[in-house]
Design a protein around this ligand. Structure first.
Ligand code: BES
Ligand code: MN
Ligand code: ZN
Length: 595
């Protein structure tokens, strides 16, 4: 029985969500002719050049050239110069966004420059903002710019009555192909999804509520989902994950997602995405000092990145067969907490001696990796805010890569380079294995002392991948920005979502997507995760397939719509009840869009 209709509870509530947040292409509109609150144009160092900036310079009787000559505008990377009420344009203001040296321009710069301009403009409500893509930009560069603009207008406002950033009512991209814009919007939504989950307070985002969020996202994007509760985890002998969870009043969960893209055949997934989902890391009995604990809501950033990447790939209908598995626990000090000296038998049978309960991520991942190994994926990549040592080695902005398969690691590094997410590989010499030997068990959960701590952690994980090509990404530094940057307000960054999508999207971008994904989108939920059983309906008279799922007394009908001229290459979703369409949402973040 449906009791009441409401929008899916994203981020705890739908309060403060915009009425519509469209991002669309207007390839034919000239910059000087566009009506908008603001027009954003990109400028490289060394003058107005020959692109869109030159056209705007001409329309404004040489205004840009004069400002450049006077040194008021330099085009330096992430410079952002607003010019109010410019004559010759129909836009209320012109924002000149610097992209640095012309010959160094790449997709990562496009992301940051667009995010910087959007962040600046989103300081006030704007109903319509136009961005101009440069004529020479590749589809990749356009996508990253669109994604950047989508993330720049979102800050850390989840809990603020008065928001510091407002999403633009609509964003239009001039000079950009509609399919590239549509893909960029989905990508931006993916990054924003991961950021929102990281930014949620740990008392709001705990293992069950993370699993709920994942179920909603899976429902919208047509992924299958399984949620393992503690009984199921016990039946699956996930004793390592359960040990970490014992100190908390919040029971653990393991979420398994599966997406089979068009052309993906056979039972073997092409790739498994594994994420560390410690929704809060107090350190357990090896308690963290207060200052180190403050940001430990970010310790589920690996899980958020994997959920968001999988959802984005599903929304893009990428031709890949993937599974994503995230281990969700809270590391606390309750009376049943796991102890130093405990010896735990992981799901794989390997015994682990606990030397430090704050080295919990690897203990959780031991079981998640073993679950995934059982699904026989061709490759595994995991993302985890695993060690402070990785930040000592590489700083705040760079992720560490660790692998048992150089080709797989190189592919990840190449994708990361393409989208401008910095990563650096660290060695996995066999000598490091000695450091995790235990006197009483097969291995212990820390190395000898703190030296090489990021590597000994990776060495620990390696024991659980069963020889499958695997790369571990330690995102402890870049997952969370303690301070704002020109392109972000700080907090969760969504790091790795763009790299993973780039890695697994296949040849998309050279051609338009064809078939809609997953013939029958739906949700399978195990172990009484739903207040009501999932149901399947057929929308009366409609051509689209409807699946509905419920949670907490909520039933939603979801209609996968074919791409429309206004949203080409995109799948929108109708939230319907009793066959009546109520609202249009986009699939990844569930934001309303105009029908
Ligand atoms: N979640 C932390 C790592 C971390 C630190 C993430 C800073 C983000 C920012 C992890 O669980 C941890 O506590 N690691 C310990 C391991 C040590 C006890 C061997 C660390 O890095 O100190
Ligand atoms: Mn820890
Ligand atoms: Zn941790």
């Amino acid at each position: 029985m449906v009791t009441e209709f409401s929008i899916p509870p994203l981020g705890g509530s739908s309060a403060g969500r915009p009425d519509a947040a469209d991002i669309v292409a207007e390839p034919g509109t000239a910059p000087e002719a566009v009506t908008a609150d603001a027009l954003v144009v990109f400028l490289a160092e060394g003058g107005v050049g020959s692109g869109a900036a030159a056209a705007i310079d001409a329309a404004t009787s040489g205004l840009l050239g004069r400002l450049a000559a006077a040194g008021e505008i330099t085009g330096k990377r992430c410079e952002c110069v607003p010019i109010l009420a410019p004559g010759g344009l129909r836009a209320g203001q012109l924002v000149v966004a610097g992209i640095g040296k012309r010959e160094e321009f790449d997709a990562g710069t496009a992301y940051k420059a667009a995010a910087t301009a959007a962040r600046h403009l989103a300081g006030r409500p704007r109903s319509r903002v136009a961005f101009v893509a440069e004529p020479g930009w590749t589809p990749r560069q356009i996508e990253q710019a669109v994604a950047g603009a989508a993330t720049g207008m979102v800050g850390q406002d989840l809990y603020r009555a008065e928001k510091k950033r407002s999403r633009f009512g609509s964003t239009v991209w001039l000079g950009a192909a509609p399919d590239a814009v549509a893909r960029g919007r989905l990508l931006g939504d993916g990054v924003n999804l991961a950021r929102r989950l990281v930014n949620m307070a740990p008392d709001d985002l705990y293992p069950q509520s993370f699993a709920d969020e994942a179920a909603v996202v899976a429902g919208r994007t047509g992924m299958q989902i399984e949620i393992w509760d503690e009984d199921h985890l016990a039946r699956e002998r996930c004793r390592a994950l359960l040990a970490v969870a014992r100190g908390s009043s919040r029971p653990p969960r393991l979420v398994l997602l599966r997406y089979r893209g068009p052309g993906a055949s056979g039972d073997r997934p092409d790739v498994a995405l594994v994420g560390k989902g410690v929704t809060f890391d107090s350190g357990g009995l090896s308690l963290k000092p207060s200052e180190s604990m403050l940001t430990m809501k970010c310790d589920m950033a690996g899980a958020a990145a994997m959920l968001a990447a999988a959802a984005t790939l599903a929304a893009l209908a990428a031709p890949v067969h993937l599974v994503a598995a995230v281990g969700l626990v809270e590391n606390m000090t309750g009376p049943a907490a796991y102890k130093l000296g405990d010896v735990i038998t992981a799901r794989s049978g390997t015994t682990i001696e606990i030397h430090n309960t704050d080295a919990e991520g690897r203990v959780v991942l031991a079981d998640v990796l073993d679950v995934v190994r059982g699904l026989a994926p061709r490759r595994i990549v995991d993302a985890a805010t695993l060690t402070g040592a990785c930040m000592v080695a590489l700083g705040h902005d760079v992720a560490g890569l660790f692998t048992n398969d150089q080709g797989w690691c190189d592919a990840i590094a190449a994708a990361a380079r393409t989208v401008g997410e910095p990563v650096w590989q660290l060695p996995m010499y066999p000598d490091y294995d000695d450091q995790i030997k235990s006197e009483v068990a097969d291995i212990k959960n820390v190395g000898d002392g703190r030296w090489g701590g990021a590597i000994t952690a990776a060495k620990f994980l390696e024991r659980f991948v069963g020889g499958i090509p695997w790369t571990h990404v330690d995102i402890a530094g870049p997952a969370f920005a303690e301070k704002p940057r020109p392109w972000t307000d700080g907090g969760g960054t969504g790091f790795l979502v763009r790299s993973l999508v780039e890695l697994l999207r296949g040849q998309q971008g050279s051609r338009q997507r064809s078939a809609p994904p997953n013939g029958a989108p739906g949700v399978t939920v195990m172990a009484s995760q739903l207040a009501r059983p999932a149901a399947v309906n057929q929308r009366r008279g409609g051509p689209a397939k409807v699946s509905s799922f419920g949670r907490g007394g909520l039933h939603l009908g979801i209609v996968r719509r074919p791409p429309s001229p206004r949203h080409p290459g995109d799948s929108r979703w109708d939230l319907s009840r009793g066959g009546r369409v109520r609202a249009f949402f986009n699939p990844v973040e569930g934001l309303p869009v105009a029908p």
